[in-house]
Structures are given as C-alpha cells and as structure tokens.
Design a protein around this ligand. Structure first.
Ligand code: FAD
Length: 496
C-alpha cells in the first residue's frame, strides 16, 4: 500500500484513551494507516483510572505486551476482585471476584445448589466456592502459564499512558505536542472534520478523527454537537476527589469500594503507593465535607493534594458521528465502581478496527458501531445501578433515594427474575458474566425466594459430598498460593 492510499487517523488527546487507541492501531493496522496523536502539556490528563478488569490481559496479548515488563513499568499489582463494604448495609461486606463460583449443571447454575445446601443446614458462604475470592481474602496470589486464576491489575495511570506512548512511537505513531485551538469542518455541507488547528499555527489534516480529549469532548461535542444521554437519575454521583498516599502495609490483591452516606470511597494498592478517592453526590455532600471525609479515611501520608473531578454520568447519543469516533471520557462516563472505563476504550478501538472505514465512511458501519457500543454500555450501566438499587441502607437521603428510585426495565427484569427463581443470564455483547451478577445480587442482600427443583433430586449424601469436597479443595488451592506482596517482589518488582 503506498503512502497516498493510507488512511490518515488523527487522535486528539494523549490520556489513557488516546494512547490505547494509538497502540492498538499501530500494532493491528500496521502499514494500512498513518497515525498522528496530538496532546497538549498545557492540559493535564485526568490522572485517575487505576483499577482494571481481566479482559485487559487479552488486549495486551493482542498487542504482544509482556506482562512483567508492563507491571514493572506501571508499578502494578494484581487484582482478584473488588471488596464492597457497607453497600448492602452498614458493616456488611462481600467480594465481587473475577473467578467462577462452584460448579454448575446444564439446567441450574451453582447458586441453586448453594441455596439448597443452605436450606439443608450448610453454613458456607457463596464465596467459599471460588478460588479467586478465597485467595483475595487471604491476601494470596500467583500466576503462571498453567494457572487458571482469573485476574486483572491495579496500575499507575500516568505511567500506563507513557508505557503505551513508548510502544506506539516505536511503531511509527507520530506524536505532536500542541493545543488544539480550532476544529475545521468541510465546507461542502457534510460537516466532516477536515483538520485540527494548533496554537503553533500548524494544521493537522486527516480522514478519520478519534476524540480522546476527555470530558470536554472537543470534537464529538464541542464541534459536532452530538448530544448526551444523561443517566444521573440512576447514577447520581457527580463528583470525585482523588488523593495518593504512601503504602503502609502489604498490597492486598483487590480494590476496596467502601460506601459512605452519600457515595463511596476507593482504595487501590499500587507497588509504590495507594490511590484513594471519594465519589459522591454533590446534592447530598458538599465538596468541603467530602474532602474532610476522604482525608479522614485514608492510611499513610498524603503524597498529593486532593484533585477535584466533576462528571455527569451518561453517554454520547452517538459514539461515532460523521468521521469522528469518541473514546474514553469523551464518549461518556458510567461510574468507576466496577473499573469499566479503560475496558470500554479497549473494546471501542477493537470494534473500530474491525469496522475500519477503508472505503470511506459508510452509514452501515457507523450504525453498527453505535449499536454495539450502546448495547454494551447499557448492560454495564445496569450492573452498576444494581449496586445502588439493591440495598437495605436507609440511613441517609442518598441511600433512600437509591433504594426507591425507578431503574431501567432491563434491570428491573433481572432483579425480579433472580428474586423469584435465582435465575440470571449473560447476554451476547455483555461484559458481566452470570458469576458477577450472582455475586453482586447476593452480596447486596438479594436472596432468591426459590430455586430450581432439579437440585433437590440429589440425596443429602450427594449434596454434602459435592459441596464439602469443592469447598475444601478450593480453600486448599487458595492456601497453597504465596502472599501477593511476596509474589510481586519476585515476579515484577518496579524499580520505584
Ligand atoms: C473519579 C474517576 C475514577 C476513575 N477510575 C477508573 C478506574 O478505576 N478504572 C478505569 O478503567 N477507569 C477509571 N476512570 C476512567 C479513566 O480515568 C478514563 O477512562 C481514562 O483515564 C481515559 O481518560 P481519557 O484519556 O479519555 O481523558 P484524559 O485523561 O482527560 O485525557 C485527555 C487528553 O486530551 C488532551 N487534550 C484535551 N484538550 C486538548 C486540546 N485542546 N488540545 C490538545 N490536547 C487536548 C489532554 O492533554 C489529554 O492528553 C475513572 C474516572 C474518574 C473520573
């Protein structure tokens, strides 16, 4: 392919989203596109986004990224799940782990066996049948080529962007430093973007533009006026404050999400420090009060001043509009509760590469991209709303609102189905598996009224044998793992 035939892709923004897009295209579309990324040192990146989910490992495999190199460069730790504290009720906690819980039969998921066991006097918790969850509780972790343990990472956001920048620049991505001051559009009435004017006077022209400019949505919104679907009636938190602290104890292999009376607080252990933040609804908690609460609930010396972030949950009406695709915060924001944003960037760029408009922008490609992206996001949205809706908390106006709010019909249906018969499902193009839905519904305190009768055909002996041997086996696997901190020291210790 000669230079003139190559599509010119311009990425506006060099945060996590911009560099993920650049790295993926540089590797996968090599030789067929010319990639330029524009970023401005005058406009900082958001600087948060440190907890991830397991599909990131598949993305890294696609790019040929070596896990140990990546972990050393980004000071990462391992993540087996999220510990939700004070969500179902104050002083209650559960872990949403990345593992598979128990063993299912063709007709009935494991939760049916567990519920039957409970009725027969078994006292084990649902999570006792999941290796990842047991290991998380014990602070243990190991991985190897043979290991089936499912995990993700906690990473340093700015180092991750730098790591991907190096990766991308080594593969012919051109980086341009400069502030975009004007977005030029075609004068033929199509409204397509033709070029980005920088403060230096340079004009960067292209065929396809990827908006990774953060919440501002410089291209997708400020230029193309795409519109925003507001989800704040379902996800009312609209503010966050983030602060970094020194580590004072060995890193646990999980994120903590600790609910408070007007939102929640995160704790993300990295190798060299801890990322902390409070997410809250400004209608119920002032910024000053949130700041005090955050600083009251951290361990270790603070290393940064708290950084204030304001957001509105929702999504762009179109993720691909004309010749512009929005990724990252420019495309919308659900909530960082289940660490899904970086994943959505990765899914977005993979989807774009599959539908890449080599022959020009065709409405059918655009429609499909938007359809798949919206569907994916709406299912994630429902899963996040579940954490707020299914609660026994009534101790504050915020929780009373969440408990009593109307939820999307799609979620209402799932909640009723589980309550009635312990049934849940994973739809095509859906991120969260049956295991996740079940762990969170039970963890939030939603106990089914009934379960599949097929499990009642097991004799007491068979049921005891089935549950006890599995529980003991999983516990002993978890116990055999090294401590997470020790494993990191051996496997991927960062130099600072
Ligand atoms: C409170 C909070 C917690 C989060 N936690 C998580 C998490 O745990 N896990 C997760 O997956 N995600 C999380 N996220 C989301 C995650 O931070 C983002 O998805 C990710 O960082 C991508 O951001 P971005 O690259 O879209 O935007 P940004 O980081 O804001 O980057 C924008 C880029 O655009 C550039 N830019 C903007 N305007 C111009 C201009 N005029 N000219 C030139 N360049 C410009 C900037 O210089 C910058 O490089 C969280 C988000 C928030 C708000």
């Amino acid at each position: 392919m000669n230079q003139a035939q190559k599509k010119r892709v311009i990425i506006a923004g060099g945060g996590t989203a911009g560099w993920i897009a650049a790295a993926a295209m540089a590797k996968q579309l090599a030789g067929t596109v010319d990639i330029t990324l524009i970023e401005s040192d005058q406009i900082s990146t958001i600087g948060v986004g440190e907890a991830t989910i397991p599909p990131m490992r598949t993305f890294h495999k696609l790019l040929g990224i070596n896990e140990q190199d990546f972990m050393r460069a980004t000071s990462s730790t391992f993540k087996l799940g999220i510990s939700f504290e004070n969500w179902g009720n104050i002083d209650q906690k559960y872990i949403h782990s990345f593992g598979v819980t128990g063993k299912s039969s063709y007709l009935a998921e494991f939760v049916h066996f567990w519920l039957h066991g409970k009725q027969q006097g078994h006292d084990a918790e649902y999570g006792d049948y999941c290796i990842e969850l047991q290991a998380a509780k014990m602070g243990r972790f190991a991985t190897s080529d043979k290991s089936k343990i499912n995990f993700a990472y906690h990473l340093e956001a700015s180092r991750y962007a730098s790591f991907l920048r190096e990766f991308s620049e080594a593969r012919q991505v051109k980086r341009v430093e400069g502030k975009i001051v004007q977005v030029n559009q075609a004068t033929n009435g199509s409204g397509f973007i033709t070029g980005l004017q920088l403060d230096s006077g340079a004009l960067i022209e292209g065929d396809l533009f990827i908006d990774c400019s953060g919440f501002r949505g410089l291209l997708i919104e400020q230029t193309l006026n795409t519109g925003y679907e507001d989800w704040s009636h379902w996800l009312p938190c609209d503010s966050a404050l983030a602060v970094q602290t020194a580590s004072v104890s060995p890193a646990p292999p999980y994120t903590r999400a600790i609910a408070h009376d007007s939102g929640w607080q995160w704790r993300i252990p990295l190798q060299h420090r801890v990322g902390n933040g409070i997410v809250y609804c400004s209608k119920y908690l002032s910024d000053d009060a949130a700041r005090l609460r955050l600083l009251d609930n951290i361990e270790g010396q603070t290393l940064t001043e708290p950084l204030q972030i304001k957001f509105r949950t929702g999504k762009r009406r179109k993720h691909w509009n004309k010749n512009c695709i929005a990724l990252g915060l420019a495309s919308g924001f659900v909530e960082p509760l289940e660490s899904t944003s970086i994943h959505l960037v990765m899914m977005g760029i993979i989807r774009l590469m599959k539908l890449f408009p080599y022959e020009g922008i065709n409405p059918v490609l655009v429609e499909e991209y938007n359809r798949e992206t919206s569907e994916e996001l709406e299912k994630i949205r429902d899963f996040i709303i579940l954490h707020y809706k299914v609660t026994q908390r009534e101790d504050s106006a915020f929780w009373r609102y969440c408990k009593n709010m109307e939820v999307p019909d799609s979620l209402k249906h799932r909640i009723e189905l589980f309550k009635r018969n312990a049934y849940t499902y994973q739809e095509p193009n859906e991120l969260f598996r049956v295991d996740s839905w079940t762990q969170v519904m039970l963890g939030q305190g939603l106990i089914p009224d009934s379960y599949h009768h097929i499990v009642k055909t097991m004799s007491d002996n068979e049921l005891n044998q089935f549950l006890n041997s599995m529980r003991t086996g999983m516990k002993s696997v978890a116990e055999s793992l090294p401590m997470h901190q020790d494993f990191i020291e051996r496997y991927c210790k960062a130099s600072n």
